[in-house]
Design a protein around this ligand. Structure first.
Ligand code: NAD
Length: 290
């Protein structure tokens, strides 16, 4: 397929590279001038979108997605698919898909789980909202960039699934980090802690696949001085989206609410901005109970 790819950051660059390796013709654009080997370099989003069968966007937030969509939708051929893989609010996802449909295109919101490791290895999970037809068009691309794509219903439902998933992730990462910090203070060796929890009922993706303790478990951002990875700022973004959605749906989410408060403090008033979201572990280690 002829694919436009807009947003070649931590996630977008490896995803675009996997599409190139699978033999697709990819033209990319990133506002920061990032280039990826094998990806033709466009000088604007509209140029990357021109003549594409599918345009993939992997951008920081809903406002940026909406402005990029307004630029590229008129440049996309009728019948092509706008495939947004960013994590954005449900309203932005639905607004972009409405705009695409009004212009004779189809659209999918398909946020991902799996982090930069999953993006590089082509093992992401896609949570997809949109039509059956657009899902069928994009399925071969999901199969290259990921290991699983779940069709969650109409436009916006992919984002709804993502927000719920990441609310669990934020809560379990905090729980894992505070437990490691407690284990340290109780004199429990970190490797022993990992060996027990990762095979016991406290296991989760946060410890098994993304262990926040350096030198323990598989390679993760903790082994690279907590360079992201998945930045604490982006986790805060997702937790805000979850609480915004919870407020509008009148859902009681106390753990998600507390996770949002902790990440907000970490990012805005401590030194968490720009660090991986697993850097909650050194934060807890440096603190006392009061
Ligand atoms: P990133 O900041 O590394 O990449 C975003 C890229 O978009 C940047 O390179 C930026 O220059 C580019 N960009 C911004 N505005 C643009 C514009 N107007 N036109 C073209 N390019 C523009 O972020 P990331 O980590 O790659 O995350 C991308 C999205 O994926 C986010 O929505 C994030 O929440 C989501 N996500 C990230 C991870 C992760 O582990 N990093 C995991 C799952 C989902």
């Amino acid at each position: 397929m002829k694919i436009g790819f807009i947003g070649l950051g931590n996630m977008g660059a490896p995803m675009a590279l996997n599409l190139v390796k699978a033999g697709h013709e990819v033209t990319g654009y990133d506002a920061a001038g990032v280039t990826v080997e094998g990806v033709a370099n466009a000088t604007s989003g509209a140029e990357a979108a021109t003549g594409a069968d599918v345009v993939i966007t992997m951008l920081p937030n809903g406002a940026i997605l909406q402005s990029v969509a307004a630029e590229i939708i008129p440049a996309m051929p009728k019948g092509s698919v706008l495939l947004d893989c960013s994590t954005v609010d449900v309203d932005s996802a639905r607004a972009v898909s409405d705009q695409a449909r009004e212009n004779g295109l189809d659209a999918l919101d398909a946020p991902v789980s799996g982090g930069i490791g999953g993006a590089a290895e082509g093992t992401l999970t896609f949570m997809v909202g949109g039509s059956e037809a657009a899902f069928a068009t994009a399925k071969p691309l999901f199969d290259i960039m990921g290991q699983k794509a779940v069709h969650c219903g109409p436009s916006g439902n992919g984002q709804a699934a993502k927000i719920c998933n990441n609310m669990i992730l934020g809560v379990t990462m905090i729980a894992t980090c505070e437990a490691f910090a407690l284990a340290d203070k109780l004199g429990l060796d970190r490797q022993a802690m990992f060996d027990v929890v990762s095979t016991s009922s406290g296991a989760s993706w946060s410890i098994n696949a993304y262990c926040p303790a350096p030198g323990i478990g598989p390679q993760s951002p903790s082994d690279n001085d907590y360079k992201p990875g998945f930045a604490a700022d982006l986790m805060l973004k997702d937790l805000r989206l979850s609480q915004q959605a919870a407020a509008s749906a009148d859902a009681d989410t106390p753990m998600g609410q507390l996770a949002e408060t902790l990440y907000q403090t970490f990012v805005e008033t401590e030194d968490g901005s720009g660090k991986d979201f697993s850097a909650m572990l050194p934060r807890f280690s440096a603190r006392s109970r009061t």
